[in-house]
Design a protein. Structure first.
Length: 94
């Protein structure tokens, strides 16, 4: 995001659009700060490796103690069927 804002600021500056340059600068500062604050609350992704494919319900129970999160594991791993999760994928740490 910062690189995009830099490109827009450079274009505005090169075309003597001082007000636009300042507006982009203000927007960049606020939005990058907001994204930074929100991203610290997100859980980390961790690699999951199993010896063999397991059902998503089993993995959800093992990883989180909550079988209802099996759909989340299915989506993240792009599994084709809930009974056969891939043996390598990334999942949320908590």
């Amino acid at each position: 995001m910062a690189a995009l804002y830099d490109d827009f600021q450079m274009a505005a500056g090169n075309n003597n659009l001082d007000e636009l340059y300042q507006s982009i600068s203000d927007l960049a500062a606020k939005s990058l700060q907001d994204l930074s604050q929100k991203s610290t609350a997100l859980p980390d992704l961790v690699p999951i490796t199993r010896n063999r494919p397991l059902p998503s319900l089993t993995l959800a129970q093992q990883l989180y103690g909550d079988g209802s999160r099996s759909g989340e594991l299915m989506s993240r791993s792009e599994a084709i069927h809930p009974a056969f999760m891939p043996s390598h994928f990334e999942a949320e740490s908590s």
